[in-house]
Design a protein around this ligand. Structure first.
Ligand code: DCP
Ligand code: MG
Length: 415
């Protein structure tokens, strides 16, 4: 829904209160028995009615989106771990004729050293630049630590890369306070600063996080979207890359206000389907949802017996049933994993797991059968009866590779 029509819709759709709402308002309005209503009663009554009208307004509440982006991520991790690099201009990357800068510390940026600049040029721009070789395993571990923090605030976390993510915190009363707290947690737990942008959609939140970097926190509230977008250079819109921005410049479109003057079909004529999105961006509209990272880490099934048992034959046949279910799920989800985990819960509700990691992902039901039966036969029940048996396959090569995508091959659509 276009932001600028929100007020019109809100007014147009006001209707009389329902009987239920009148009943809800009644106790507050009937303050005291007596002749006529006092001034206080009249004011209260009007307040209650306005509140009830507002609360039943069909206007969808705005989403509350936070975009978190770590500051000079790889470089900050290096400066954190090597105090002698703090306050110095550093570039993460290999120094050499074919080297490229992955990122630069904020001390190096005024020299023009930043991501994707060749190492040779970076050295010329900043002769004191210190090159630090990348340690991807460390960045990945920090990234996972940050994701863990973000997931403490909502399930709706969509990582965009190792160092940035969107969160949908529409449930919170103040997204800005949540973002402030997240920044504090990240600093306390990792020793690194993050910038946060807060607004009603992804595009605006992403722009906002960049607005006060480093260590920034910037909110674009609903009432300020229009003037904010109007003054924004088109190259700062999330979704408009360098090539498109250059084309817009040639058409005389430099700011959101310029873009807003264009007819939607004209934009489509010049920019193809993306023209529809640009038309929305100029009005601060972006309907994309925060899509959580749903990469599956494991897949399994389990069954609880109606009667606890320690009979090995019964357990083998129950295991076969569970295994059949796991196998069909593996097929259905085209999931592959190298680790087979057997879970047993005993009559006293204590639980154990036994696992084996294979050299290659489980590729046939016979392997799953052999491994699961071997795991079961090696368990000592300690005189207890089994109440539940479960089987899981995990350690998928796809899930492990998930966040190692590095961004040297930046393309327009990534922006
Ligand atoms: N990266 C990369 N190659 C690129 C861009 C980025 O290897 N062309 C890596 C290094 C960065 C990390 O991804 O540290 C995060 O990218 P950002 O664009 O968020 O840049 P920074 O976090 O380094 O800096 P900023 O403070 O501007 O976010
Ligand atoms: Mg960053």
């Amino acid at each position: 829904m276009p932001v600028n029509t929100r007020r019109e819709i809100a007014i147009r759709d006001f209707r009389p209160l329902s009987a239920r709402q009148r009943v809800a308002a009644a106790p507050l309005v009937r303050l005291a028995p007596g002749s006529g209503p006092t001034i206080l009663q009249r004011v209260t009554k009007h307040f209650v009615i306005i509140f009830a009208l507002w609360s039943r307004s069909p206007v969808m509440p705005h989403r509350k989106i936070i975009h978190i982006d770590m500051d000079a991520f790889y470089a900050s991790v290096e400066q954190r771990d090597r105090p002698e690099l703090r306050g110095r201009p550093i570039a993460v990357g290999h120094d050499g004729p074919r080297g490229v800068v992955a990122t630069a510390s904020y001390e190096a940026r005024p020299f023009g050293v930043h991501s994707a600049v060749s190492s040779a040029l970076a050295r010329r721009l900043c002769p004191d630049l210190i090159f630090v070789p990348p340690r991807f395993d460390v960045y990945k571990a920090v990234s996972l630590q940050i994701r863990g923090i973000l997931r403490d605030y909502t399930e709706l976390v969509e990582p965009l890369s190792l160092d940035e993510a969107f969160l949908d915190v529409s449930h919170a009363s103040s997204a800005t306070l949540v973002a402030r707290e997240i920044k504090g947690r990240i600093l306390a737990d990792t020793g690194l600063t993050a910038s946060a942008g807060i607004s009603v959609n992804k595009m605006l939140a992403k722009i906002a996080s960049d607005y006060r970097k480093p260590d920034g926190l910037f909110t674009i509230p609903p009432g300020q979207i229009e003037p904010f977008v109007a003054g924004l250079p088109v190259e700062r819109f999330f979704g408009i890359g360098e090539v498109t921005a250059a084309k817009m410049h040639r058409l005389g479109i430099r700011t959101g206000a310029d873009l807003r003057m264009w007819d939607e079909m004209e934009l489509v004529r010049h920019f193809g389907k993306a023209g529809h999105s640009y038309y929305g961006y100029a009005r601060g509209i972006d309907d994309r949802e925060v899509t959580p990272d749903r990469i599956r880490k494991s897949l399994g099934a389990e069954t609880t017996f109606s009667q606890d048992t320690d009979d090995r034959e019964t357990l083998l046949s129950e295991l076969a049933g569970v295994r059949g279910e796991v196998w069909s799920r593996l097929m259905r989800h085209e999931f592959r994993g190298r680790t087979v985990v057997l879970k047993l819960k005993f009559g006293d509700f204590r639980q154990i797991t036994r696992s084996r990691t294979l050299a290659a992902p489980v590729d046939c039901v016979e392997t799953l059968c052999r491994v699961s039966e071997e795991l079961l036969s090696a368990v000592d029940f300690g005189g207890r009866k089994v109440r539940l048996i479960g089987l899981t396959v995990g350690n998928s090569p796809e899930a492990c590779a998930e966040s190692v995508q590095l961004r040297f091959d930046f393309t327009e659509s990534d922006r």
